[in-house]
Design a protein around this ligand. Sequence first.
Ligand code: BGC
Ligand code: NOJ
Length: 808
Amino acid sequence: MKYGYFDDQRKEYVIERPDTPYPWINYLGSEEFFGLISNTGGGYSFYKDASKRRLTRYRYNNVPTDSGGRYYYIYENGNYFSPAWAPQKSELDSYQCRHGLGYTVIESEKNNLKTEMKFFVPKGDNAELHQIKIKNLADSRRKLKLFSFLEFCLYDAEDDMTNFQRNFNTGEVEVDGSTIYHKTEYRERRNHYTFYNVNQEIAGFDTDRESFLGLYNSFAEPQVLEAGKSSNSIAHGWSPIGSHSLEIELEAGEEEEFIFQLGYIENDNDQKWEKPGVINKEKAKKLMTKYNSSAKVEKAFAELKNHWDKLLSSFSIEHPDSKLERMVNTWNQYQNMVTYNLARSASYFESGISRGIGFRDSNQDLLGSAHMIPERVKQRIKDLAATQFEDGSAYHQYQPLTKKGNDKIGSGFNDDPLWLIFAVAAYIKETGDYSILKEEVPFNSGKEAVIFDHLEASFMHVVNNLGPHNLPLIGHADWNDCLNLSAFSEKPGESFQTVSNKDDSPAESVMIAGMFLTTGPDFIQLAKKMNKEKLAAKAEEALAEMKEAVNKYGRDDDWFLRAYDYYSDKVGSKENEYAEIFIEPQGFCIMGGIGLEDGFAEKTLASVNQRLNTDHGLMILDPTIKKYQLNLGEVSSYPPGYKENGAVFCHNNPWIMIAETIVGNGKRAFEYYSKIAPAYREEISELHRTEPYVYSQMIAGKDAATFGEAKNSWLTGTAAWNFVAISQWILGIRPEFEGLKIDPCIPTDWDGFKVQRKFRGTEFEIEIRNFDNVNKGVKKILVDGKEIKGQTLKDFTKEKVKVEVEMG
Ligand code: BGC
Ligand code: NOJ
């Protein structure tokens, strides 16, 4: 069952009923000011850091779900309703929510009133605009009132939810005309405040939550709405809110428009006050004026649209399959930008307080955004590298406000270093900009270094940390955070991520070996580029040795082993009671070139197909683990079929898609792609539950009671990796150091497709024809009518180039 549809022209997902199977959200903002907004106006806003600078309050795991947000109520003759459905939930005569790129529009009709609310963050400013239009569809004149409501957060999101003995005393506001200023702690150590304004005269306001709602009322039945009148309350401690009321008179057919603005302001210490106790409002007023008319707001909105059109113009396809088009052209790339911006901090599954920017996560996210924002990607790479230690290991996370490594979680995840090589290689392959290798970025210790030194340290970290089988030591964990082979946790509540009681563990990871072999050749090319021939030769040797170790100790009969545990027993082997096969090493060892000569790669992929494939994608392991296993850790803490214990982990399905393209099986690669790509799952939204326009981290696996149900939408490395799999390996438009390689691997029944790709300053219009209906193979490439040698486009001197590709 569907709850809406894709409007491909406008690049929007249009939700047609408010009671979606889970709140379906969107993100506003892509610079410093961000908002999460659900299809009924729920969610919250923050500046830069969802943990330390949260501007409005949101209660996770609330009842009913998704209560709290930017709420508007329309009042008429003793009755009121919410035009976005929430929170009041009266049935609407019509409802539509359009989630677009960086904006959301909620439109509805009720009682012969048409309301349209557009929410977005204008480029370049720290504000969220709510443009609200109300139209009288009746044939007589009407008197209405519009009430606004949002709850301020006292900035530190975790403290806000826990430290009530203090926080119920600190809240302070100012009201000036139509603007409510939230200035808690501004009198002491903060130099920032939030304002909530409307561009018209107001009839009243409220800033104290209990005065607005009534102590025992919910958002659905505010006492102010019951009374039809604001109480003009001023918050002293307790819970500061912002609410305006406006009196509206509409003739028959008349429409009025209101612009609400939620803004964030910082003042220098000596500029904080206008006079004692009164905050300096100069910057706030400037910002309000900037967006105080419909024309100004429309202009800002047009700029936002242009911005997104430009971002998405680096890669687009024309293909008979509209689901594929909407994934590739719009939604997958959009999600890549959101993961770039937010890492894993704030979604409806990530509370915004528990995680900083992950080293592994962010490096992977870059793989999906390097083609859109190369400059920002370069900066992110430098920020990440700066948290690396001299021995190549890295802080597992850093905080975006301070850019400092997070001591609480520390380091010791032995896959981390290699992801930096993946990211830097991807950046250079995209841009051809080798200068990044010489950019000066010191190690965390302060020791001076250039980026290439970081890559060398990363590479050597693996070489210097090998276990008894000459395979990489896993350390705390590798990509699979829940495979904790080097710490045994027996205490309830202990974080699996930080327990450390087997630090001498010889546990080894075949997955890291596969990653090493996948990214090693890139490292060698870069070493040569730096004229480090000796190092390159040493690295070649290390790769050969690793290959030998994997061939000797990394294979089970029909697939690659996952690891060796603390006791040097096999993990992910037929010998095991549970989890005989894990997905991760199968993808990476084949990407790393193992088993291509002797048919083991094909055999492995057949095993994956047989053991892990389901109607809802490839499971991460099989059979699921039925009992807690001290030697395996968190993976066995999940009930069978969920998360790392046998869900379809959408993040690593693309590794198998890529492996399938390497052995030339386009049919299987695309089958796996379309099983998990959300647009293909739109028809089963009641089962899938999360948004049909973005990937979720996981879909419950076959052993779960809720097989096919997705969770953890939006902030997942799934987005970047699926984009890599579809764009570079299935459609086969692949950036390499030398240029843009054309190497599709598709189902044989595809007759062809077109790609528009901006690459190193040239716009390539690529037409791929598959007259012979093959899986893979390129017979001929014409560039502006002239045949070229090989499959790689290397000339970037022209602005626009036509490329004709004949497969066969
Ligand atoms: C989750 C993992 C995640 C880890 C670190 C675990 O509870 O299952 O998916 O990587 O936490 O945040
Ligand atoms: C989610 C984490 O963000 C990511 O870093 C990890 O690789 C996966 N879960 C798998 O455990």
